[in-house]
Design a binder for this molecule. Structure first.
Ligand SMILES: *[C@@H]1O[C@H](CO)[C@@H](O)[C@H](O)[C@H]1NC(C)=O
Length: 148
């Protein structure tokens, strides 16, 4: 397959055009540090971000979304049920297992989210290796997108 700079440019433009044409509603349950960046990147790409974190909103809101983004960067016991509920709503979703191995709670949270079959796991090398080491699901069919 041709993976020239031209191919990457055409592919990126094709994906960006598809996002702009569809203007997908993306629910983000993401960390407090990068929440505004995530919202602005989605806006710049032509999507419609929604920073909806409350468990009580998930049943009404998440089924109307085109996709869900879950980032465990500033994980708390309050957010994990929202993450699990949103991930279970039948929408394609992305798991960003930030610092998965930093604590037992975080690792167990990431493993329980992984069992809910994300379409994409977006992590860096150490996060992917830590999860692959611990998860039977790691050999399944989700896409791994490196984060540098
Ligand atoms: C991966 O990201 C985590 C969280 O930001 C960081 O602590 C870790 O050093 C990173 N690992 C690599 C290999 O980049």
């Amino acid at each position: 397959m041709d993976r020239s700079p031209k191919w990457w440019g055409r592919s990126a433009w094709s994906f960006l055009s598809a996002v702009r044409a569809r203007a997908p509603l993306v629910q983000c349950i993401t960390n407090l540090v990068s929440m505004d960046i995530a919202a602005n990147v989605l806006l710049a790409a032509g999507a419609s971000p929604a920073m909806v974190h409350s468990l009580r909103e998930v049943p009404d809101f998440t089924p109307r979304c085109d996709a869900v983004y879950v980032n465990v960067g500033t994980l708390s016991e309050d957010w994990l049920p929202s993450m699990r509920a949103a991930a279970s709503a039948g929408r394609p979703w992305v798991l960003d297992p930030v610092a998965a191995a930093a604590s037992g709670f975080r690792m167990e949270a990431c493993l329980s989210l992984l069992e809910l079959r994300p379409a994409v796991v977006r992590g860096n090398g150490s996060e992917i290796l830590a999860l692959a080491d611990r998860s039977a699901a790691a050999s399944s069919s989700f896409k791994v997108v490196p984060r540098y």
